[in-house]
Design a protein around this ligand. Structure first.
Ligand SMILES: [Zn+2]
Length: 332
């Protein structure tokens, strides 16, 4: 999305990153810069009404704390973890937000605060954020891949977010990697996120330890195998634990295998890797780069840089603000 430069000074955007676990609200001034943040838990299992109530509370809290009214905002942007129909302002479904089906989140917020509101998929927002403010500045063809519990994505082509014919482009986590693989929550079989996500790595580590293999992870969780997370696998790997290193290496190899398809299909200049699992850093990225070098078309693999995201946990809110500012006044 290109900025339309205007002489008029713009009001701040209130942006919300709505995740399955936590929610971040932020006040972002133009040029996009965070001036205040509010963190809270989503408690997604409590359902749509409870969660939308908490979104309203987060908005109210940050407005009060900053002593501003909704009329002093350029708009409200929500980056939501799920399939979003931006055109109609709906969260259509979400594996991270149980019960959410065609929830008219944009209009619910707009009616309450009487301010322009936009809703966008969180990974698409992050792609916009990284493109304008992060690792992808000046790069007009890039793909953002978020590796967290699942795998999300956002595609920037010729400097603009590519959303596809019905707005759902960028769901790269659901590229089929193994036709005989496990069934995914999306209904497909053998999706990329079943092999390269944080959940996939944790599942692999748990299965191997339950199968009798030795690892310091067992002591780290005091025998509570269910408690194994990617953060713990990362910590164990850094202490030289062979099983943890193998689990990460396998996940990273699969991460690279999915990237081969992206590189061959899109020939991007850059793939930016964000999300919680990306905090593993080079342990994750270098094997993935290796796979891309070995397997993708030479012309494409020679052109692509695979780099970590720069905006961290702020990527969703910053990208949401970039999106809100990119829209002309009066739309949404
Ligand atoms: Zn899937």
């Amino acid at each position: 999305v290109k900025f339309i430069m205007k002489a008029k000074r713009r009001l701040p955007v209130l942006a919300i990153d709505l995740g399955g676990t936590k929610m971040i609200a932020a006040i972002i001034s133009q040029p996009p810069k965070i001036v205040a943040r509010d963190y809270s838990l989503t408690l997604a299992d409590e359902g749509v009404e409870a969660v939308t109530g908490r979104i309203f509370s987060a908005i109210d809290r940050i407005l009060n704390a900053q002593n501003i009214t909704p009329s002093q905002l350029h708009g409200i942007a929500v980056a939501a973890a799920g399939a979003v129909d931006t055109e109609r302002g709906l969260v259509t479904s979400s594996p991270n937000l149980p019960g959410w089906r065609d929830v008219p989140l944009r209009d619910m917020i707009k009616e309450r605060y009487k301010v322009k509101t936009v809703v966008i998929n969180d990974a698409n927002a992050e792609a916009l954020g990284e493109h304008q403010l992060g690792a992808g500045r000046g790069v007009d063809n890039l793909i953002l891949v978020t590796v967290g519990t699942g795998i999300g994505g956002g595609i920037i082509i010729n400097g603009r977010l590519y959303t596809g014919s019905s707005g759902s482009a960028g769901e790269v986590g659901h590229i089929t990697i193994d036709v005989n693989g496990p069934r995914c929550s999306c209904g497909n079989i053998g999706c990329w996120e079943m092999f390269a996500s944080g959940r996939a790595m944790a599942r692999e580590a748990k299965a191997r330890i339950r199968g009798g293999e030795k690892s310091i992870l067992s002591e780290m969780v005091k025998g509570e195998i269910e408690e194994i997370t990617t953060e713990k696998i990362d910590a164990a790997a850094r202490q030289g634990d062979a099983l943890a290193l193998e689990v990460i290496s396998r996940g990273a190899t699969y991460l690279g295998i999915g990237m081969v398809s992206l590189v061959n299909a899109f020939n991007p200049e850059m793939i930016i890797v964000g999300g919680g699992v990306a905090k593993m850093g080079e342990l994750l990225l270098e094997p993935a780069r290796q796979v891309v070098r070995e397997r993708a078309f030479k012309l494409a693999s020679g052109a692509v840089r695979i780099v970590p995201a720069q905006l961290g946990d702020d990527g969703g809110v910053l990208g949401g603000a970039v999106f809100a500012y990119s829209l002309t006044a009066g739309s949404g």
